[in-house]
Design a protein around this ligand. Structure first.
Ligand SMILES: [Zn+2]
Length: 119
């Protein structure tokens, strides 16, 4: 492993503590900053709330509040380790991808209604 890669790994930001994570959720009013899902309206919504590193830790993103946003787990998964110029670009990507997935789901459910399994 090249030394530069080793240094990069050592410098990677540590995971958030529970307290640090809760501070970000509070700042964002428990709302996913990508899709707007509100974690304060139900326990089920709250359960899927995570804190996203806008610039991923794996890509050298720092553990600073300006690099951290509340994200529901689906948005966080969709964004993955991609790197964007800024948060707005990341948000546009996540929302576009969600819409594509929604359309695929709608087609699948429509087929299910017109051609139920076994019919
Ligand atoms: Zn979301």
């Amino acid at each position: 492993m090249p030394v530069s890669r080793l240094i990069q790994l050592i410098r990677r930001a540590k995971p958030l503590t529970v307290e640090e994570g809760l501070n970000i959720l509070k700042r964002d009013h428990y709302r996913c900053q990508y899709c707007g899902l509100d974690g304060s309206t139900s326990f089920e919504n709250y359960l899927v709330m995570t804190v996203d590193f806008v610039v991923p830790r794996a890509r050298g993103g720092k553990k600073e509040s300006r690099n951290l946003v509340t994200a529901c787990r689906p948005c966080n998964l969709i964004k993955g380790r991609r790197v964007f110029k800024n948060f707005e670009e990341a948000k546009a990507y996540v929302l576009k991808r969600r819409e594509e997935l929604r359309q695929e789901w709608e087609k699948r459910m429509a087929r299910l209604k017109t051609h139920p399994a076994g019919a």
